[in-house]
Design a protein around this ligand. Sequence first.
Ligand code: BDR
Ligand code: CA
Length: 308
Amino acid sequence: MTLARPIIIDTDPGQDDAIAILLALASPEVDVLAVTTVAGNVPQPLVTDNALALLTLANRTDVPVYRGCERPLLRPLYTAEYVHGPSGVDGAELPEPTVRQEPGHGVDLIIEACLDADEPVTLCPLGPLTNIGMAIAKEPRIVDHIREIVWMGGAFDEPGNTTELAEFNAYVDPHAVHVVFTAGVPLTIMPLDVTHRALMTPDHVERLEGYEAPVAQAAAGMIRFYERYDIDKYDIPGAPMHDPCVIAYLIDPSMFSGVDALVAVDITNEATIGNTTADRHAEPTATYMDGVDADRFFDLLVTRLGRL
Ligand code: BDR
Ligand code: CA
């Protein structure tokens, strides 16, 4: 039997963040040490309140929540209520949180957890990389203590979803992306190249709706709200499950395929800022995924969420 892999989820919920958090809580392969929050899809304190409500829904208030950064490193905060609704998790009535955020800042929690861990921690950022970039800037020694960063963000061969060239998480805090990309840390990326192949089609949502438990019902409600944006914009048959790709990768990496490359992000030109690029011929600094077995992915996602 393999031991659960210790992870910290850094997140800006967000319906797809919510599904990723629930998938992690339903999965014995990972041990969620903490959830840290970052302003992104919606501002603070909403993202923190949403994380607390999701843990309350899943009956997992033993997982501590730490509030992280309020805004990106250099740029003003750009949010995505046009995708996620004003609450960030529209589509479900989440319970009132029965616990509060922990005292202390999310960035400090990340630093302490990395330095103090018996076993190297995997960081799972599902939003802008502000907290991770801040943690590396504040305490660069953490780089040698991180097992891996698995980030949802960026777009390489795929067009952006926020500008023509930039994916949302990269667009919101490109300077933090630059810090992480140049830190020399083991890095795996789930860009739009793979998440736009992980589409939650109506049959998957109906399967999820078939489970009566409150978690499955809330998850299906959130997806029903969230799916309209990408279906309308891209004329595709379902919502991309961006952030759950990170957790699914940790559970079963054999579902994914990818390439090694030297990755970079544009931080110099306003017209192209947040554009992520990959040079497959240079010394690699990351692996990015561009393929997923969607049948296996959704089988895992739906059955795990149905368990909670
Ligand atoms: C990413 O942006 C957010 O809207 C989603 O939660 C996801 O992390 C997709 O571009
Ligand atoms: Ca997110």
